[in-house]
Design a protein around this ligand. Sequence first.
Ligand code: S3P
Length: 435
Amino acid sequence: MTFRVRPVNRLHGTVEVPGDKSISHRAALLGALADGVTEIHGYLEAEDCVRTLTAVGALGADVTRKGPGHYRIAGAGRHGLHEPGDVIDCGNSGTTARLLLGVLAGQPFSALLTGDASLRRRPMARVSEPLGRMGAVIVGRARATRLPLAVQGMRPLRAIAHTSPVASAQVKSAVLLAGLYADGPVSVHEPASSRDHSERMLRQFGARLRVEGGGVTLEPGDLYGTTVCVPGDISSAAFLLVAAAIVRDATVSVTRVGVNPTRTGILTVLEAMGARVEVVEAGEDAEPVASLTLGGAELRAARVGGPLVPRLIDELPVLAVAAVVARGATTVSDAAELRVKESDRIATLAREFGKMGVRVEERPDGMVIEGPQRFRGARVASGGDHRMAMALVVAGLVAEGETVVEDTECVRTSFPGFVETLNALAGGPAVTVEA
Ligand code: S3P
C-alpha cells in the first residue's frame, strides 16, 4: 500500500486518537492472569494489540469482544493458563513478545514464540538473560537472543534483583510479570526511568509493588480482575501534534490523550522548540488524561538526550521532521535504542530524508539535524516501520511537491484511521491511499 501526500497550508480541528498501545497490551495480559473478569474500554484494535489478545486466548483466557474497543476477559488466574496448541506469532510486536516471555517463564509448560522478519531481528537477550537467571529455560536462535524462542517455564522462579543495562519498559515488565511466580520479591533497576504503565496497572489489579530509590520491587501474589479505561495514545497523537507545529496555519486539539509523565517528553521538547502547547487535564484514574492543543510557530532547534530519551523514544522519528524545519542544529544523543526498533530508525531516517533532499548526520547513538532545511517531494519507503511511515507523511505535508510513501500497511500495527484523521484536520484529501 502507498500513501500519496500533498503539501497543506492549514490544519484545524479537534480529534481523538486510538487507545494507547502499551496500556492495551498490559490490560490484555493482566486480565488473562487475573482471577475474575476484566472489562477493557478503549482497547487499541490494531495489529500489535490484537496479537496479544490472540496470544492470551491461546493460553486459556476467555476473550469476548463486546463492541468497538470493548473487551471482556475472563481471567484464567495466575495458575490457570495452559499450554498453547501452536506456535504464538507475535507479528511485528516487540511488546507482545517480551512481556509474554516474562509470563511464560513462570508457567509449568512449554511454548514457542515467533514474529515477523523485523521482530526476528530484534534483541531478546535483554529479557531471556534475566528470565534464565530466574530459572526459565529459553532456547532459540543466536543462543536464545532472537525469535523464534522456546520457553520451558519453571515454578517457582528464583527471585532476583535485576539491573537492566538499558532503560526499557519491556525488560522491566517482563521481569515483573515473571516475578508474580517467584519465591520472593523481585526488583528491577534501570539507568533512567522508562514508562511505568505496568507498575500502575499491576497495582490496579491488586499486586503489591513498591517504587523507591530508582527501582521497583514486586511481591509475588494473585491479581484480581478490574475495569481498565485505555486513554488515547500520545505516541499516535504525536504525529498530529508535530504536523500542527510545522504547518503554517494550524491549531489541532487531541482529546482524551494519556499524559503519563513517563511519556510526555514530546510535549516538553515541542514547547522548548517554541510551539504553542496547551494541556488541559481531564482527570486521572490509574493514568492521567488530558486534552492537548498545539499551534504552529517559528521553531528553534532542541537538544534531546539523557533521561528525556525514554520519555519520547517512539516520537523521535516525527520529532526529526520538526527538527528539519526548525532554526539551528538539533542534536539527539543517548538514543542508540533507536537502532533496534521496528527498523534501525537512525539509518532509516537518514536514508529516507536524504531522498527528500534533507541531510541528517548519523551518530551511533542519535543524529544531528541542521535546520532549517526544505523537504522536497520524493518517493520514499517506510522499511516496514509504522512510525517511519507516519513521520514521512508528516514530512510530506510541508514538502515542495508531492511525496509518495511506499510500504505503509505497517501503519495498521498502531494507528488505524491515521489517514482519515489527518485528512479531517486538513479539510480534504491531503493523503490518498493506493493499493
Ligand atoms: C514499550 C516500550 C518501549 C517502546 C515500545 C513500547 C512498552 O520499548 O519503544 O514502543 O509498551 O513497554 P523498550 O522497552 O524496548 O524501550
